[in-house]
Design a protein around this ligand. Structure first.
Ligand SMILES: Nc1ncnc2c1ncn2[C@@H]1O[C@H](COP(=O)(O)OP(=O)(O)O)[C@@H](O)[C@H]1O
Ligand SMILES: [Mg+2]
Length: 239
């Protein structure tokens, strides 16, 4: 009989021997790592080592020269442009240091946008967006435009927009890099809470040592390859 308890969780993301050069200069030289479902991993490395390049390849924004990226068992480079867009809309979320909100849309409309792209009906959209707005603490700001928000409120909006469709994987590029340390800490705990509540795996590029506190593992890019820094306890509340 198969003992389900002993089966390891299926891999959410598997990256094998990824290589990427710009103008013949190698950035990612031979990069391999994997993520399990619901796992939070901090990605460290000096400026210019290729962290953003890696996230762009994982998010299907950029293409690697060699190697493979498999998300939920699907090899990215086997997908057509249309299939890749579909996978990104359904399974991935991304957040950035500078928030990248749509300036003419309100908080509510920014968060609603990914659900519109997926064809979710308006009454379900309304309910899901309002519920998430409450979870990220923006109840009093849902009508505001991005320019009227504080940095922390902008990042809360960006986070809600990135996870409203309940992606399996959130890619975060220096999500607290443009926030003061107290606001940054609150944002990290929000990410941890949402990752646990919705079982979202997170790969978070950071310079902040605090990020490691909310992650299961820390990995580092050094000379274009991946180094495992530490393997921590899996937080019991996640399982
Ligand atoms: N579109 C591009 N064209 C040319 N070089 C690039 C491009 N994007 C990134 N690079 C170079 O690749 C290296 C890695 O960049 P990046 O991934 O942004 O690093 P990090 O996010 O770790 O700071 C840097 O040397 C950068 O200048
Ligand atoms: Mg970067």
């Amino acid at each position: 009989m198969i003992n389900l308890q002993e089966q390891t969780a299926p891999l959410l993301l598997q990256v094998l021997h990824l290589k990427k050069s710009y103008h013949l200069r190698p950035v990612l030289r031979d990069l391999s790592f994997s993520l399990e479902q619901g796992e939070r991993v901090a990605l460290l490395g000096p400026s210019g080592c290729g962290k953003t390049t890696l996230l762009h390849c994982l998010g299907g924004i950029d293409r690697a020269d060699e190697g493979s990226i498999e998300i939920q068992g699907v090899l990215l480079d086997r997908l057509s442009g249309k299939e890749l867009t579909e996978l990104r809309r359904r399974s991935l979320g991304m957040i950035f240091q500078f928030f990248h909100l749509l300036p003419t849309l309100s908080v509510f409309e920014n968060i609603e946008f990914p659900l519109q792209l997926l064809g979710v009906g308006s009454s379900e959209r309304h309910d899901r967006v309002m519920q998430l707005i409450e979870e990220v603490g923006l109840q009093s700001r849902w009508k505001a435009l991005p320019a009227e928000l504080s940095g922390g409120e902008m990042q809360r909006t960006a986070i809600a927009r990135a996870i409203i469709h309940r992606p399996a994987l959130l890619l975060a590029d220096e999500p607290t890099g443009n926030l003061d340390s107290l606001t940054g800490e609150k944002i990290l705990h929000l990410l941890e809470k949402l990752s646990q509540a919705y079982k979202i795996a997170m790969l978070m590029v950071t310079h902040s040592p605090q990020v490691a506190d909310i992650c299961h593992r820390v990995i580092k890019i050094s000379d274009g390859v991946m180094i495992e820094e530490s393997s921590e306890k899996i937080k019991s509340s996640d399982h």
